[in-house]
Design a protein around this ligand. Structure first.
Ligand code: TXA
Ligand code: MG
Length: 317
């Protein structure tokens, strides 16, 4: 059900959940200071309670409402990348609800770079917690129609068009002493982060600590159709031939030009930003074909493809 900006703002103020556009993926939003509203996010998504939420804020001045420390490294990152597809995980103030942070001592914050999301934050005066607006472990939505397919026609959706980044934000945790760590790859690359934040402290940290981003399950971002991942087109084409011989149907997602299998094919470009933008839409579309098997080509294992490779690998479990 599509709603206006004004309706979305008043629903949020009444403690209801609404789906909102961001530049990465659509989010299932609720007032981040209203525990009952936050509980509805978890219930709607069927998401485990120990998976913390990202709080979306209107601008950098609101960080201090949530974070107990805003170290220089994090300030630099926020200034360089906000509004944008970067989430900062910072030590949380004591008063911050345990529900929004999934019991963690930290809080995840992001200023989204989407005119509709920013207008909503400004008009409502709220900070909104918003995980991706899909059922737990399913594909993330990048259009209002995707949200309705996953969460039902009755879910109120603020339609802001198709998401331009297309995959979830890069998540970086920054400790009170400024040491940083990449928790989830995104289209803002680890090299982009290191250029602003430096590398020395991160190297020290990695030795003592494994990255922790609760909710980063191996099986995530998954279509419902069983799927197989391939490192090259040649083995994918062979797999298609074998399935066809066994009287099974398949469809393929290819990255870049080259040989094609003899089945329905979606071919994405060889540019990481374009592939990211179209990735979930392509997977949603392939999923509706109801074939026996999806055959997905993985991009090269190089830094510029890290985020796309991460999402495709998780889709495969
Ligand atoms: O692009 C995005 O980040 C989208 C849009 C809607 O902003 N949101 C999103 O939310 O991807 P979600 O819930 O699907 O993923 C948020 C992830 C969690 O799974 C968890 O790994 C991490 O953020 N996270 C949140 N709070 C955290 C915390 N305090 N410590 C560590 N990781 C945290
Ligand atoms: Mg998600």
């Amino acid at each position: 059900m599509r709603i206006s900006l004004e309706e979305a703002a008043s629903k949020l103020k009444r403690g209801e959940v609404v789906a909102i556009p961001t530049e990465t993926v659509y989010g299932l939003a609720a007032d981040a200071k209203n525990d009952a509203a936050l509980q509805q996010i978890f219930a709607t998504k069927q998401r485990p309670a120990d998976h913390p939420l990202i709080v979306h804020i209107a601008d950098i001045s609101q960080v201090n409402d949530w974070a107990a420390a805003f170290p220089e490294t994090a300030v630099k990152l926020a200034q360089a990348f906000w509004p944008g597809a970067l989430t900062l995980v910072l030590p949380a103030k004591n008063h911050v609800s345990k529900i929004v942070r999934g019991g963690e001592p930290t809080i995840a914050l992001r200023v989204p770079n989407h005119p509709v999301a920013l207008a909503l934050l400004q008009q409502s005066g709220l900070c909104v917690a918003a995980p991706s607006a899909n059922l737990f472990t399913q594909l993330s939505p990048t259009t209002a129609a995707h949200v309705e397919t996953s969460l039902g026609e009755n879910m109120p959706v603020l339609d802001g068009g198709a998401c331009s980044v297309g995959i979830e934000s890069t998540i970086v945790s920054v400790a009170a002493d400024g040491a940083w760590q990449l928790l989830r790859p995104g289209m803002i690359s680890e090299a982009d982060i290191a250029r602003v934040a430096g590398t020395f402290q991160q190297a020290n940290l990695v030795k003592n600590q494994t990255p922790k981003a609760p909710g980063q399950h191996a099986l995530h971002y998954s279509p419902r159709t069983p799927l197989q991942l391939f490192k090259d087109k040649f083995t994918l084409i062979k797999a298609c031939e074998a399935l066809t011989q066994a009287n099974l149907t398949c469809a393929a997602l290819l990255i870049g030009a080259g040989d094609r299998p003899n089945c329905i094919v979606t071919q994405l470009s060889n540019q990481p930003a374009e592939v990211a933008e179209q990735l979930y839409s392509a997977l949603h579309d392939l999923d509706t074909l109801k074939v026996d098997r999806l055959l997905l080509e993985l991009p090269p294992n190089t830094p510029i493809w890290a985020a796309v490779l991460d999402r495709l690998s998780r889709a495969g479990g």
